[in-house]
Design a protein around this ligand. Structure first.
Ligand SMILES: [Zn+2]
Length: 137
């Protein structure tokens, strides 16, 4: 895609600190890391979100995340890792080229402090689950 910053990185029009590359996948350090070692994994081909990615490629991406994540944790001495994918603007997706964030974690680093919500009732939770099952078709 013409104006996509990640497509430009894939085409080497914009430099990156690459960590992993194969014929379908690229992983590189995020230039605005929320932790040292914060890595992005992208398909080389432009897909806007999770839902356009073909199944075979999804599998390859997951295997690459395992491989890169293991190396990232070893080098940064992280004791944990978050795998985060933002889909669409309301979820915080800034670059409309599907990508995953691999974020190294250590105890007490203070990242991702979110308040948990509660369902109105157990029944409300099960009603929602039923609606979602129906939406699966
Ligand atoms: Zn792109």
């Amino acid at each position: 895609m013409e104006d996509c910053i990640f497509c430009k990185i894939v085409k080497q029009e914009i430099p990156c600190a690459d960590v992993y590359a194969d014929d379908k996948i690229l992983a590189f350090l995020d230039i605005g890391p929320i932790a040292v070692g914060h890595t992005l994994i992208i398909p080389r081909r432009h897909y806007p979100s999770l839902w356009e990615i073909p199944g075979d490629l999804a599998k390859d991406l997951l295997l690459a995340m395992q491989k890169v994540g293991r190396a990232m944790m070893e080098v940064t001495r992280a004791t944990g890792m978050n795998v985060v994918m933002n889909n669409f603007g309301s979820a915080g997706q800034v670059v409309p080229h599907a990508h995953w964030h691999l974020i190294p974690r250590v105890e007490g680093d203070g990242l991702f402090q979110v308040a948990q919500k509660e369902y109105e009732s157990r029944e409300a939770m099960h009603d929602l689950a039923r609606s979602m099952k129906q939406a699966l078709g």
